[in-house]
Design a protein around this ligand. Structure first.
Ligand SMILES: CCNc1ncnc2c1ncn2[C@@H]1O[C@H](/C=C/CNC(=O)c2cc(-c3ccc(F)cc3)cc(O)c2O)[C@@H](O)[C@H]1O
Ligand SMILES: [Mg+2]
Length: 214
């Protein structure tokens, strides 16, 4: 039977990356997706911006919306301090199965908690089920039309505190116009655009970093 793209990405990791070496996992996925077949990982160029924001925030609690194959999850987790907690939400069980194997190959399964389900259902359960007070950093990379409703939901659920950082992928391509308008015009956010390119291409894209002001 025909393999899926996530299965082929996992194969590239298992063939080319060193077990327990997160950076080699990231490199293996980037080389495969740049040279063999494109996939919607945040990629190496935007990934460097992601790395710099993670290092600057030095978060104790991270939420990622949309795991896919776990590329950005591995990038983030590899930069976290020892007792930090990264929760990543993924509602496609096939993608979840692949991502868990990618985390295992990177040796990061103890730092990453993948929760299967839809963000809209899981965000209201974060406090009671996962013992989270607030998130220091949220990486938004799921369906683009869900960035804004989920941000409002996180606010309503008290998951954001003064200084919480939201980092959103793809605000230009495919684009998240309602989200962008909201965080750039709301007095409760301080927003900044990091111009870059769509993963593995020359097309413009970028990340929007928005600090919640409380
Ligand atoms: C229903 C909303 N809640 C969700 N809760 C949990 N997981 C969710 C959710 N939505 C989507 N997901 C998962 O997140 C992932 C979806 C990501 C959507 N991303 C994109 O569409 C995307 C698309 C592009 C892109 C850009 C240019 C193109 F020509 C074609 C594609 C580039 C990117 O970097 C992207 O992130 C999947 O793994 C999906 O199963
Ligand atoms: Mg993306």
């Amino acid at each position: 039977t025909q393999s899926t793209r996530p299965q082929r990405i996992l194969g590239a990791v298992q063939r080319n990356a060193t077990r327990g070496d997160p950076r080699s996992v990231v490199r293996a996925i980037d080389q495969y997706c740049r040279n063999q077949e494109w996939a919607m990982n945040v990629g190496d160029e935007k990934g460097c911006i992601l790395d710099s924001v993670v290092s600057e925030v030095n978060p104790a609690t991270v939420l990622e919306l949309g795991t896919y194959c776990g590329y950005s999850t591995v990038r983030i987790a590899s930069l976290l301090p020892p007792h930090a907690k990264l929760i990543t939400l993924e509602f496609n069980p096939e993608f979840a199965v692949i991502a868990r194997q990618v985390f295992a190959w990177a040796g990061l399964e103890d730092k990453i908690q993948l929760v299967e389900g839809a963000s809209g259902d899981l965000i209201p359960k974060m406090k009671e089920q996962f013992g989270v007070e607030t998130f220091d950093l949220v990486f938004l990379d799921h369906w683009k039309d869900r960035y804004l409703p989920d941000t409002k939901l996180m606010e309503e659920c008290g998951l954001l505190r003064k200084g919480s950082v939201l980092l959103a992928d793809n605000v230009i391509c495919p684009g998240a116009p309602e989200y962008l308008e909201f965080v750039r015009s709301s007095p409760r956010y301080e927003s900044q655009y990091f111009k870059s390119h769509l993963e593995y291409t020359k097309v413009e894209d970028g990340l929007e970093k928005s600090v919640f002001l409380g």
